[in-house]
Design a protein around this ligand. Structure first.
Ligand code: SF4
Length: 687
């Protein structure tokens, strides 16, 4: 049922005849294989259908240089669809006027650099030079599609299937078009997140060289579908087609969202087969620069969304529900894949870990001698024991859904977590040496600028705790999200992204159906005005942005600040190296110590006196308690937020957080690529 991968053999033992070629096009992340394709390949192999997976993304990144590959695949795509546009000439006829306008706009954005996070801080006035580089990128893309198609067809596959997620859509569609032109008998298939529901139907009806489009999870239908295609080609009888697949006979507008495929029992999935990925790494320019890890999933869907989905979140089939692998199955997979790919590093692609794993999986992963390291996404309302369990099981990196530090914003987004819980989690993560990746989002309908100003006032108190990975990040309105489904409730009139008509030469309705992201009319957009200050008139946000930058600098700097508390049962010694520290060392004793310990539990304001009296069997007048709290607040040791008092110190030594080079997911040695002159191959911005 679950064929295990062989020990890493770089493809040895694979047949050279492949009925099926699966393809992972740019601009997919290069440091890890596609789990979707790894699973499909394993399934097809176990069902005796010859399959090879190609990773052209690796070779394109090598061709243009990782610096620009990463830049294009990030915000340049999300807001401006640059990744799609770069491959658009292979799909649409030339439109010199529109292309010139688009290229110039992108050049202005690239040149200003302010909208491109973490890639460059340089700016240039050489707009014409950047425009020329943008066209050069398109030339690279054209030639690359041709090379890929020839390379794939040299294996004479009967079926070529692309996975298409995020910024892979036009690169995949362009490749399938060229495959069709060069080999009219080859059957083409597309699937992935870009093809879910109505988006897949729109791609299928507008790009007639795509024979079959699969909506949702393909794991359970891939073998019967491909067997039918191998037998009937483009003429698979309608009764043999799963309802999540569109065939060449179904290109009309249905007006309804196609159903999504769902794998109900994840234990029935095979172990993903990544041999082709590792073989391609060796052939690419990244050989020796990537520290690999194994990509795994322990669950699909989101159990929180099943109760109350976060308002901004467009992830997951609303009807599929949450599914997780049995502990036995998951643990076996960790053992087998770790051994097969010879790595102790594992990155989970789940949206949210099964909380039951704290009792089942994590205890089994605990072993002081083990060097295994894991990354999990998790809900943010963890308790201290759960954070400790993560640490002991080797889960040294987590992504808890935090996304804001204001109680009203957390409520607006249905996050189901409070500011107090977030700060507690941050404290325990620092105490146990668990690193966190979290984003700070803004742009929620109904939010107030004053909320950001409020946060900016107290953020300096927590500069010893993990800051957000990037600075403030504006939300998009995503298809399938609560905002998308209920725009009137938020007074939003949703339109397509302004860049969309420049990238896809299609009619208005088709553009809408293809889109995953939407822009409410009236929202500011750098594509319309590259010099636009997105935060104009938002002084609170600007202030917070500046405070967060300093927080990140301090936390990642040479000496990460500490606010260490050590309680010996009589007094608490406090060591404080935050910039706002009142004193480097403080001792709390008597009532101050007692009240601090209650605040260490994130206590409700109105319960403080009562809890004090019950816990310590002593009376305390409200006025006296007020004085004690005022004293702790004056020392910057306690924060009042959301009607609670939260002590901020971290118990113990406050170990320095491990560096990002220890991240359990695969990493790219950028410094060595730079030193070897391989990072920046195209000159978008010339010195
Ligand atoms: S943002 Fe995360 S927790 Fe919220 S609904 Fe989406 S997947 Fe679930």
């Amino acid at each position: 049922m679950n064929p295990a991968p062989q020990k890493k053999d770089h493809g040895a033992g694979l047949s050279t005849a492949f009925e099926v070629c699966l393809v992972n096009m740019p601009y997919a992340d290069i440091v890890c294989p596609s789990i979707a394709l790894g699973l499909l390949q394993a399934r097809l192999h176990s069902d005796s259908i010859g399959c090879k997976t190609f990773y052209p993304n690796l070779h394109f990144a090598d061709r243009i240089g990782m610096k620009f590959y990463g830049m294009i695949g990030w915000r340049m795509h999300q807001d401006f669809m640059f990744a799609d546009w770069s491959f658009g000439r292979g799909v649409f006829p030339d439109n010199p006027e529109k292309d010139a306008r688009y290229a110039r706009r992108m050049a202005e954005l690239i040149a200003s650099s302010s909208i491109i996070p973490f890639e460059t801080t340089r700016t240039t006035t050489d707009i014409e030079g950047v425009v020329a580089a943008i066209y050069e990128l398109r030339d690279h893309a054209d030639a690359f599609v041709e090379e890929c198609a020839v390379r794939i067809l040299s294996r004479d596959p009967k079926i070529v299937g692309c996975t298409s997620s995020l910024e892979q859509h036009l690169p995949s569609i362009a490749l399938l078009k060229r495959i069709r032109e060069l080999s009219p008998d080859t059957v083409t298939v597309i699937g992935g997140a870009n093809c879910e529901g109505i988006m897949g139907e729109a791609a299928h009806r507008n790009f007639p060289w795509i024979d079959y489009s699969v909506s949702g999870e393909a794991d359970t239908i891939i073998t019967p579908l491909f067997r039918s295609i191998l037998e009937h080609g483009r003429n698979v009888p309608a009764e043999s087609l799963p309802d999540v697949v569109l065939s060449p006979r179904q290109r009309s507008y249905s007006g309804r969202s196609a159903p999504w495929g769902v794998c109900k029992n994840l234990d029935e999935l095979p172990f993903p087969d990544y041999r082709d990925y590792f073989e391609e790494i060796e052939k690419s320019g990244f050989n020796g620069y990537i520290k690999p890890s194994v990509v795994l999933e322990s669950s699909r869907g989101c159990w929180w969304a099943a109760r109350r989905k976060c308002t901004f979140c467009g992830l997951n089939n609303p009807e599929a529900g949450y599914r997780s692998k049995s502990p036995e199955r998951f643990l076996e997979e960790v053992d087998r894949l770790g051994e097969a790919y010879d790595t102790p590093r594992f990155i989970m692609v789940d949206n949210i870990m099964d909380m039951g794993y704290f009792k089942t999986v994590l205890p089994s992963l605990q072993s002081p001698a083990s060097d295994r390291r894991f990354f999990f996404e998790t809900k943010g309302n963890l308790n201290r024991e759960q954070v400790r369990a993560f640490k002991e099981a080797g889960v040294h990196w987590i992504q808890p859904g935090i996304e804001s530090l204001h109680p009203d914003t957390l409520k607006l987004m249905n996050k189901g977590i409070s500011v107090g819980q977030i700060i507690q989690l941050m404290k325990w993560a620092r105490e146990y040496g668990v690193r966190m990746i979290w984003l700070f989002l803004w742009g929620f309908p109904g939010e107030k600028d004053s909320w950001y100003e409020e946060i900016s006032r107290w953020v300096p108190l927590i500069e010893h705790l993990e800051p957000p990975k990037y600075n403030l990040f504006r939300i998009h309105i995503q298809r399938h999200s609560h905002y998308f489904d209920n725009p009137r409730q938020y007074d939003m009139d949703l339109g397509i992204m302004n860049a969309m008509p420049y990238v896809y030469q299609l009619g208005k309705d088709d553009l809408h159906d293809l889109s995953y992201r939407f822009l409410p009319r009236g929202w500011k957009d750098n594509f319309v005005d590259p010099d636009l200050d997105e935060m104009e008139g938002r002084d609170g946000m600007k202030k917070l942005e500046s405070v967060i930058s300093k927080w990140q600098e301090r936390f990642e700097g040479e000496t990460t600040p500490v606010l260490a508390v050590r309680d010996n049962g009589v007094h608490i010694d406090v060591e404080d190296t935050r910039r706002i520290a009142e004193a480097p060392c403080v001792q709390l004793s008597g009532d101050l110590r007692r009240v601090y310990l209650l605040c260490d539990k994130n206590i409700k304001k109105q319960l403080l006196v009562q809890t004090y009296e019950e816990t310590f069997n002593r009376k305390c007048a409200e006025s006296k308690m007020g004085e004690l709290i005022a004293e702790l607040e004056a020392q910057k040791l306690v924060l009042e937020v959301d009607d609670r008092f939260i002590a901020l110190g971290v118990h113990g030594d406050n170990p320095k957080p491990v560096s990002f080079s220890e991240f359990p997911g695969a990493t790219l040695d950028v410094e060595r690529l730079q030193a070897d002159g391989l990072f920046e191959k195209m000159g978008f911005i010339k010195d």
